[in-house]
Design a protein around this ligand. Structure first.
Ligand code: ZN
Length: 467
């Protein structure tokens, strides 16, 4: 090779290296993002927003008056934090209401006599009438066992699903995923075989006696009463069934399906300075279960998403792309807000470059899970991998593909790169869908660090693109 050619080659290498270095100034970005973190840790009102949502609004099932109050509050907050536009998107949702009565007891046992059990109605459970329902309990671990028993042994009985979340799974969401079908589909499958009621072991790994709720779906079957039971009482009932062949339980519930109502998804945005038609979405879901205050699930995610826009405003960062905060309606009872949002986005031809959702609690941040349509997945993941050193400097070690979050998953087929924000999962199911999901159980610093993690990702996507 001639000297000229070598010189030319060196020049090309040098300019490529320089342009790459200019493209991503790692040290500079780490410094700048740490400034964002400092600003969030000292200035963010997100913890106060969460306090209001929990203590002034409380649990907020889609379609309820409490949900409407949450819409009013967050709309007002998005407006005051300086969004260019704030609006709501209406969607029809099914409204189920928990009644004042939710009781269960073992009756006339040879060993324990009559004994109260800690239960709570599952969403879309039928009520029982004043006298309740009484039946013999049949315990199963899974649908195979249920089907093997068949109509003969299930008809007229109360089916007790008692498969625990596996404590050996290191990520509790995986344990939840492997156990939750007994809650979502268990009552329906029991009803198909003529069961008169269902008791489901709560989805938690905490060995207390606090029952957890959550949605169950009946499709075409007439709903039957269905309750979640605390773990200590689940173990007690199971032990009793091993000693006594005929254990009868009475369940009384005054819950009711109220028909359909209109609920609103809340949206606020800062218009992009260079690419206003390309949207970076940050969000969470505004509805919650009604037993606690919807603090971790998903008040935390909502205020973290709002905080992303607010820190851009406080620091005077004008995003190139449009930053849109979306607080989805009715995730818990069937993703109605998210489905409507994706439908409207498609109809309007909106382009969502990326969507980031926080819906895994307000615990210590660990990273993000990415998902995208097959044709863009690799490219977008490679781009995000370039930022690994930056993320690692923020304690965000866990950047992987596979899964994102429920609401934003509806945008996958529109070419959006999806990110599920991931905090540490170990204690999430101590609170999830239970009376324990209250403001006091969210740690302010951990909540704010989560807002920082999301703001850092949005900042990098806005500046460098995502594919
Ligand atoms: Zn949630």
């Amino acid at each position: 090779m001639s000297y000229k050619k070598i010189a030319l080659l060196l020049l090309i290498c040098f300019t490529t290296a320089c342009s790459f270095a200019q493209t991503l100034d790692e040290d500079g970005e780490i410094k700048y993002i740490k400034k964002m973190y400092s600003n969030i840790l000292t200035e963010s009102p997100a913890h106060d927003w969460l306090h209001y949502l929990c203590k002034q609004v409380g649990g907020r099932l889609g379609g309820s008056p409490e949900y409407a109050a949450a819409v009013s509050y967050t709309t007002h907050m998005l407006d005051t934090l300086g969004c260019d536009t704030v609006w709501t998107q209406a969607v029809e949702v099914p409204y189920w209401r928990r009644g004042a009565i939710e009781k269960a007891k073992i009756i006339n046992s040879n060993y324990v006599g009559t004994l109260d059990l800690a239960v709570t109605a599952l969403g879309f459970s039928a009520g029982t009438g004043a006298l309740g329902i009484t039946g013999a309990v049949v315990e199963v671990q899974n649908f195979e066992e249920l089907e093997a028993l068949g109509k003969d042994k299930i008809k007229g009985k109360i089916v007790f699903y008692n498969r625990p979340m596996e404590i050996t799974r290191l990520n509790t969401f995986h344990a939840y995923g492997a156990a939750v079908n007994q809650r979502t589909a268990g009552p329906r499958k029991a009803a198909e075989l003529g069961a008169i009621g269902t008791i489901v072991r709560s989805m938690t790994v905490k060995q207390d006696n606090v029952p957890h709720s959550g949605v169950t779906s009946f499709k075409n079957e007439t709903p039957i009463p269905a309750v979640g039971i605390g773990l200590q009482d689940a173990d007690l009932l199971s032990a009793l069934l091993k000693k006594e062949s005929n254990v009868n339980v009475n369940i009384q519930l005054s819950c009711k399906h109220m028909g359909n109502r209109i609920a609103q998804t809340v949206i606020g945005e800062i218009t992009g300075s260079e690419k206003p038609d390309e949207i970076i979405l940050v969000g969470g879901h505004l509805d919650s279960w009604d037993l606690g205050e919807g603090a971790h699930d998903d008040g935390a995610g909502c205020v973290q998403a709002m905080e992303v826009l607010h820190v851009f405003k406080r620091m005077g960062i004008r995003p190139k792309h449009t930053l849109r905060c979306v607080l989805f309606a009715n995730e818990e009872n069937g993703l109605f807000g998210a489905t409507e949002y994706a439908k409207q986005a498609k109809l309007k031809g909106e382009k969502h470059l990326a969507a980031i959702e926080s819906d895994a609690g307000g615990h210590v941040p660990s990273g993000f899970r990415m998902d995208a349509a097959a044709n863009i997945a690799k490219e977008s993941y490679n781009q995000v991998k370039n930022w690994r050193t930056i993320f690692a400097s923020l304690g965000l070690w866990d950047i992987q593909t596979g899964g994102s979050a429920a609401d934003i998953s509806r945008l996958k087929d529109q070419g959006t790169v999806l990110f599920g924000y991931r905090p540490d999962s170990q204690r999430y199911f101590d609170f999830h869908h239970s009376a324990n999901d209250v403001f006091e159980n969210v740690h302010k610093r951990e909540l704010l660090l989560g807002g920082g993690a999301m703001a850092a990702l949005v900042y990098l996507i806005d500046k460098y693109g995502v594919r």
